[in-house]
Design a protein around this ligand. Structure first.
Ligand code: ADP
Ligand code: MG
Length: 1025
């Protein structure tokens, strides 16, 4: 229950004891809140309040039963199974007797509740074949009793018209071994009269509708309810909610199970049929007003005499005459019609009522447990609740009296239980404020002074006692009783609400006004003597058995109905007082039997008349809540650091520490021997709220831990999976690698073999290798081809197999390059190259500085015409200037260096100094040209010199030696005249006068006149490239 404390806003609280305020409004609001959520059960302590949902809920399944088995009362939501189970287990552990009192208005669900409890025991108790038959009998007694004792009323299509107390006996193992039923006050008047919209007892309709053809024939019945007066008054013989034909089969089957043999079954149906026939017996009156049997009715009467096994004439007599015994004489006094009808109906009621009692005793016989060992019992009391109608009669008076008794019982038992608990727990008893209804019980039942006594007196006294005289007697005796009012006794205001024939009782549950009409008759319940004598002779065994029990000779009047009822209630009270009580209070949600309708006014009324608020107040007086220390500590220990997570000491000490920590005030709680008592619900709520908050924190912590744990597990799993995948993958890789290696070994082996046999002719061994070598070489070659014709080194050396190919390719490639080169050459370049070729042919391999010059292109001239003096130009105008270059001329005398321009024309070479032509050397006279083999730029023109006046050889130094001489050689056609001289060059200074130019090498270029008179030229070493 504590678990649901937190949901109290949403679904209401599960125990009214914990309501903040004990007002009707709060009570109803809680009930309504729960009802709207289909929560039909709510506790008041251990009392169960049940609201009829008028629809099937799925809370009565086998699964639900299993759920509630052996579970503590407060651990699960309120349920009838919880109550049944707790009663059962308390009985087993404490080995004592219990009863469950089910009360409520007609149609509130009492009978359904008692059936649910029986079903629960049928499933939850241990079972054997023997026990199963007991169980079947207990379960099957229900349809039989319902057929004979239930009827459709305005309030309930299956209303029990009798009170029922059933003991279920259990042995020490908890097996259900037997049962016993007590019945109370069957509403016999229904046999002969039904209000509009109501029916007679089910069995009549079941027989007429469902009875086999043969049976009906035997019983003289027509298959038509409309045919019978006792079935048609309510004008609703057939109702859609009731299937009489099916029920008939169930009842027949049930009769067998409860051991009613065929003969008795026949007798039983004979009685039922006889009642129907009796109802059809009509009377006429003769001229004197005496009742005569209607002639058309002979057949019906015969059927009655036939079925009951009595003499037809005597029966007819009995119904129309009264036998009066005056001393030894018998006088027959004829009836009026009214009397006759009264006698007929009295007979019908009597035989039906007695048969019902007989049936109950038969059921009891069949359920009886013959084992004498001690048994414990759970009693189920399904009894009418408080009834308040528009007009209330004798029956309501009895019923309400019964409820007063039960309320009295409840108060005594509850207070007793509370007191005992306080005593056991050593807690001081605090007087409880509640209304004790003993005063009303006394008003009804007190010997000589109570209403029942006065009623009996009126019934028995000689003279003309009537209902009204009875009322007067009441007024006399009860005149100033605070709970009794009549029209005469009432004050002005109240009088308006009372008729003259009414009396009003102020019951504990509220006021009820009774109309005295019929009280005497109903209390007397007289069967005329001669009829009684007659049916005592009945050949119908059941009837005979029923009526012979009453000594026909006894002159004593039988007990009145009220007195019988009173004594049976006293007996019941005794039975119940010796047992532990459990209560179920059934409430009807609405009058129209509709699901989902919560009729507040109707329910408020029932709450009042069931005394639920009284009950609640008694329960809450003192302490609203109490729990065993262990249970309390177990739940709330997280609220205190000293008790969480474990309390090592005694639970009571732990609870003390805990409530101190929670700040309970001393008057809010008491510490009992085994339990803590909490006075106000609000204290518990505060604790529960704190617990709820704390629980969330705890839950979060637990959750985090759990999540961590889960994550770890998950991680481990993933890791394992990863490792597994890795291993597999590695395996795959390794296998691949191995295959690759094997393949590689094969390839390498083949390669090596190929390599070793590469020189041989092509075989299978080397063909691949050779192909590879070829391919490889060709690829290499392609990437590394020489870029220029001059590049002779880059060509890749071929493998043996491709030597020839390589040569061919090389030739091709060079040719291609040459071709490309040649194609790309311009005429200018060609001329230049031709000059270079000439230069090459003259100097290559001879003069040291030649290689350096090869790369220097030759130019057309080194001195442009603008730089040549105009006069010189004029002087040589006739000859075309081919080439000019600056030179240094060495004087013949002393070899002084003189810068000069040297101009080559078509015919001669001119040495020019500014505007002067210093010398003109005709090509024809130029017999030779010498240069050294070194790096210097010295050029010697050997000139034919015949005349000494003529100038001798010309010695010059020119920076562009090769260009100059090449041009000269071509212009003057002197290729062969140019000599590269090793050592000194002889020169003729004048005709016949010789000298020389000597050459040496040194660090620095120098030209000077040596001591020997020669021109000394020191050439630098040519830089090697
Ligand atoms: N727990 C329940 N669930 C569903 N319907 C119910 C329940 N209790 C009672 N009823 C309905 O109410 C009707 C009257 O119930 P019943 O037990 O015969 O009332 P009572 O015995 O109090 O007169 C039933 O026939 C059934 O239709
Ligand atoms: Mg009932």
């Amino acid at each position: 229950m504590e678990g649901a404390l937190t949901a109290r806003d949403r679904v209401g609280i599960q125990d009214f004891v914990l309501l903040d305020e004990t007002t009707d409004a709060a009570f109803l609001s809680n009930l309504k809140k729960r009802f709207s959520k289909d929560l039909i059960y709510t506790y008041i302590g251990t009392l169960l309040v049940s609201v009829n949902p008028y629809k099937e809920l799925d809370i009565f399944t086998k699964k639900q039963m299993d759920l509630y088995m052996g579970v503590n009362f407060f651990e699960l939501p309120p349920h009838i199974y919880a109550l049944a189970d707790n009663a059962y287990h308390t009985m087993l552990t404490e080995f004592n007797n219990h009863f469950i009192l089910i009360s409520g208005e007609s149609g509130a669900g009492k009978t359904e509740a008692s059936k649910k409890i029986l079903q629960y025991y049928a499933v939850s108790c241990p079972s054997t074949t023997l026990l199963n038959t007991v169980r079947d009998k207990m379960l099957m007694s229900n349809p039989v009793l319902e057929a004979f004792g239930n009827a459709k009323t305005l309030k309930n299509d299956n209303s029990s018209r009798f009170g029922k107390y059933m003991d279920i006996q259990f042995d020490s193992q908890g097996d259900a071994v037997g049962g016993h039923i007590l019945n109370y006050l069957l509403e016999k008047s229904r046999v002969v009269h039904q209000n509009h919209g109501e029916r007679n007892f089910h069995i009549f309709y079941q027989l007429v509708e469902g009875g086999e053809d043969g049976l009906l024939r035997k019983l003289g019945l027509e298959r038509d309810c409309q045919h019978y007066n006792y079935l048609t008054q309510g004008e609703c013989a057939i109702v859609s909610s009731i299937n009489d034909r099916n029920d008939w089969k169930t009842v027949k089957n049930a009769l067998q199970i409860i051991n009613i043999d065929e003969i008795n079954t026949n007798h039983l149906f004979g009685i039922v049929a006889s009642v129907l026939h009796l109802g059809n017996v009509q009377f006429d009156s003769d001229s004197k007003g005496q009742a005569l049997l209607n002639n058309n009715n002979n057949a019906e009467l015969r059927w009655v005499s036939n079925l009951l096994g009595v003499d037809a004439t005597s029966l007819q007599e009995g119904l129309t005459y009264r036998k009066i015994e005056a001393r030894k004489d018998q006088v027959f006094s004829p009836f009026t019609i009214d009397h006759a009808i009264y006698a007929r109906d009295a007979l019908a009621k009597a035989i039906y009522g007695q048969t019902f009692t007989w049936l109950v005793s038969r059921i009891n016989e069949s359920m009886e447990n013959k084992d004498p060992s001690r048994k414990t019992v759970i009693g189920l009391l399904d009894i009418y609740g408080f009834e308040v109608f528009y007009v209330n009669s004798f029956e309501q008076f009895c019923i309400n009296y019964c409820n007063e008794k039960l309320q009295q019982l409840f108060i005594q038992l509850t207070l007793k239980a509370e007191q005992e608990e306080y005593e056991a727990e050593d807690i001081e008893w605090e007087p409880v404020q509640f209304f004790n209804n003993k005063i009303i019980c006394d008003l009804v039942e007190e010997k000589h002074r109570g209403i029942i006594s006065i009623l009996d007196e009126e019934c028995l006294r000689p003279g003309d006692a009537t209902d009204l005289t009875f009322l007067e007697r009441l007024e006399d005796k009860m005149g100033n009783h605070p709970h009794f009012v009549t029209h005469k006794l009432a004050d002005k205001m109240t009088r308006k609400t009372l008729e003259r024939g009414d009396f009003r009782l102020l019951h504990y549950a509220g006021e009820v006004t009774y109309c005295v009409v019929g009280f005497l008759d109903k209390n007397n319940d007289l069967l005329y003597r001669n009829i009684k004598d007659l049916i005592c002779q009945s050949k119908n065994a059941i009837v005979r058995e029923c009526f012979s029990a009453v000594d026909p000779d006894s002159r004593r009047r039988p007990e009145t109905v009220a007195t019988q009822f009173k004594s049976s209630l006293l007996k019941l009270t005794e039975i119940l007082m010796a047992k532990e009580a459990w209560y179920i209070r059934c409430l009807k949600s609405n009058e129209s039997k509709q699901p989902g309708q919560f009729d507040e006014a109707l329910i408020r009324h029932q709450v009042k008349y069931l005394g639920l608020m009284e009950h609640l107040r008694v329960r809450r007086a003192g302490f609203a809540y109490r729990r065993k220390y262990e249970v309390f500590l177990k739940r709330y220990k997280p609220l205190c650091p000293a008790t969480w997570p474990h309390w090592r000491g005694m639970p009571a000490d732990g609870v003390e520490v805990l409530v101190q920590h929670l700040g309970y005030f001393p008057n809010e709680y008491k510490m009992g021997r085994t339990k803590i008592f909490i006075r106000h619900p609000r204290t518990l709520y505060a604790t529960e709220d704190a617990y709820e908050k704390c629980k969330h924190e705890l839950a979060t912590r637990l959750q985090a831990k759990y999540k961590g744990y889960r994550a770890k597990g998950e991680f481990k799993k993933q890791k394992e999976a990863a490792t597994k995948i890795e291993t597999c993958w590695r395996g795959v890789q390794a296998r691949k690698e191995r295959e690759k290696r094997a393949w590689a070994v094969k390839v390498i082996k083949k390669f090596i073999k190929g390599y070793m046999t590469r020189g041989q002719a092509k075989t299978t061994d080397n063909s691949e290798y050779l192909a590879f070598v070829r391919q490889n070489y060709l690829n290499r070659l392609k990437e590394n081809l020489p870029k220029t014709v001059l590049d002779k080194t880059t060509w890749q050396s071929p493998p043996a197999v491709l030597t020839e190919t390589s040569e061919i390719l090389r030739t091709l490639h060079y040719r291609l390059m040459v071709r490309k080169y040649v194609r790309g050459i311009t005429p200018q370049k060609k001329a230049q190259l031709q000059l270079k070729v000439t230069a090459s042919s003259i100097f290559k391999g001879k003069k040291e500085s030649y290689p350096q010059s090869v790369a220097q292109p030759f130019v057309d001239t080194r001195i442009s015409e603008q730089e040549i003096n105009m006069r010189v130009l004029q002087m040589i105008r006739n000859e075309r200037i081919k080439y000019s270059v600056p030179v240094i001329k060495y004087d013949r005398n002393g070899f002084k260096p003189r810068p000069r321009q040297l101009i080559l024309t078509q015919t001669a070479a001119y040495v020019i100094e500014e505007a002067k032509i210093k010398q003109r050397v005709l090509y024809t006279s130029l017999k030779g040209i010498s240069v050294s083999s070194l790096t210097d730029g010295i050029i010697v023109f050997h000139i034919t010199c015949e005349d000494p006046k003529e100038k001798g050889d010309l010695v010059m130094q020119c920076d562009h030696l090769f260009e100059f001489l090449t041009k000269l050689s071509i212009i003057a056609n002197k290729q062969n005249a140019i000599k590269v001289v090793q050592g000194s060059i002889k020169i003729e200074i004048q005709a016949g006068k010789e000298s020389a130019v000597d050459f040496s090498t040194g660090q620095e270029h120098m030209v000077y006149k040596a001591k020997n008179g020669h021109l000394m030229v020191v050439a630098t070493r040519a830089r090697t490239r």
